[in-house]
Design a protein around this ligand. Structure first.
Ligand code: DOR
Ligand code: ZN
Length: 399
């Protein structure tokens, strides 16, 4: 089966060109000016075409918390948001900290319509970490959040850093500093990816020793909101790490544009409205459907360039997580792509959302720039409001 997507506005070395993309057997076969023959023709109508986004940080809640989300609803929401690959987090019930739990999650994830991978949880389980097959990274929690995976034991943390090729850390404030010091003192060569950096201090801590094997992730909620939004939204803007000051928000944007930030990931953390309305509400906000629209809107406001969006949402996630054949529009790479109308203005409306939780902290915000179609492994999975439930694949890593 071959598809020709014609009239794609794509970035080649930071310049926009209109090209045709031929897809064969789920791969990008040719990027060309020619109108090649194909079984099916799709007209991208000069819209922007980007590599599908790789979201390295989502909570799809399966197993155990499927009243909030599951791999089908989460992946439908991701596809609608132009995300073609997700890496799931381990704070499910049971947590993904054993081989049995990992294999169980692997079976459940087969229903996903976006490509998927798994982050394994650290909790004194070094032998399981060493045995776990085809995992994206090991997630280390140093601060409290949803689930029960927090650890303060510095010896254990050191062992986890030594045992895992790639560690994603949930570390806040001074814990970022402690981690970097452990990395430096023990000359740890494995890669540390600091999740959801939320403040100027955390950013500076993460980059303090200029370690080449340390990368920084920021989330759309910390980029597009600050503590002032807590007044209006209350629990619906409460997440870990918490929203910070306007100055911190500016520092994150500065970090994006000066190369200190390596990845933008959604930290999609859905909870039901009724859970958020309780006095002891859980932390987290959904994000897979709004990440790309928020970034395209920011592009339209000259806050970020298109090459930067591609670097932080496609290319770097693939590089850091060593995801094979993804993250670029390149011949031979997987045909994971998103067609986006950068002129389209539309409000974020909860009734349009596919996430099970059906709300967004960005509700009512009018954004300019929306995905219109998403192609995964060469299949049209989302097209103008419609989802086609074609199953995707587990990611393979080059290590
Ligand atoms: O706000 C958050 N929610 N932060 C996290 O680190 C976890 C997440 C969740 O799973 O709900
Ligand atoms: Zn998270």
């Amino acid at each position: 089966m071959s598809i020709l997507i014609k009239n794609c506005r794509i970035l080649v070395k930071d310049k926009l060109y209109v090209k045709n993309i031929l897809i064969k057997n789920g791969k990008i076969a040719k990027i060309t000016n020619k109108e090649l023959k194909a079984d099916k023709i799709i007209d991208a109508k000069n819209n922007l075409v980007l590599p599908g986004l790789i979201d390295v940080h989502v909570h799809f809640r399966e197993p155990g918390l499927t009243h909030k989300e599951d791999f089908l609803t989460g992946s439908m929401a991701a596809a609608k948001g132009g995300i073609t690959t997700i890496l799931d987090m381990p704070n499910t019930i049971p947590p993904t900290t054993t081989i049995v739990a990992l294999e169980e999650k692997r079976k459940l994830a087969a229903k996903s319509i976006v490509n998927y991978g798994f982050n394994f949880g650290a909790s004194g389980n070094i032998s399981d970490i060493k045995k776990a097959k085809n995992i994206a990274a090991v997630k280390l929690y140093m601060d409290p959040t949803t689930g029960d995976l927090k650890t303060d034991d510095l010896e254990l943390i050191k062992d986890v850093l030594k045992a895992s090729k790639l560690i994603i850390a949930h570390a806040e404030e001074d814990n970022v500093k402690s981690l970097i010091e452990i990395m430096a003192k023990n000359k740890i060569k494995n890669h540390l990816h600091v999740a959801h950096v939320s403040s100027e201090m955390e950013l500076n801590h993460a980059k303090s020793r200029k370690l080449k094997n340390v990368t920084v992730e920021v989330t759309p909620h910390h980029l597009f909101m600050n503590e002032k939004d807590l007044q209006a939204l209350g629990a619906f803007a409460e997440m870990k790490p918490r929203l910070k000051t306007e100055n911190d928000q500016k520092a994150l944007w500065h970090g994006i544009n000066n190369g200190m930030v390596d990845v933008i990931a959604s930290d999609h953390a859905p909870h039901l409205k009724e859970e958020k309305e309780k006095a002891n509400y859980p932390f987290g906000v959904p994000g897979v459907e709004t990440m790309l629209p928020l970034l395209l809107d920011a592009f339209n406001k000259n806050m970020i360039t298109l090459p930067k969006i591609m670097e932080l949402c496609c290319e770097n996630p693939a590089k850091i997580f060593r995801i094979k054949n993804k993250g670029l529009l390149k011949e031979g790479y997987d045909a994971d792509l998103v067609i986006a109308d950068i002129e389209k203005r539309q409000a974020v409306r909860s009734e349009d959302l596919l996430t099970k939780c059906k709300w967004s902290p960005f509700e009512g915000k009018i954004l300019k720039g929306w995905p219109v179609a998403t192609i995964i492994n060469g299949n049209v999975v989302y097209d103008n409001g419609q989802i086609f439930g074609i199953k995707a694949k587990e990611v393979q890593y080059g290590r």
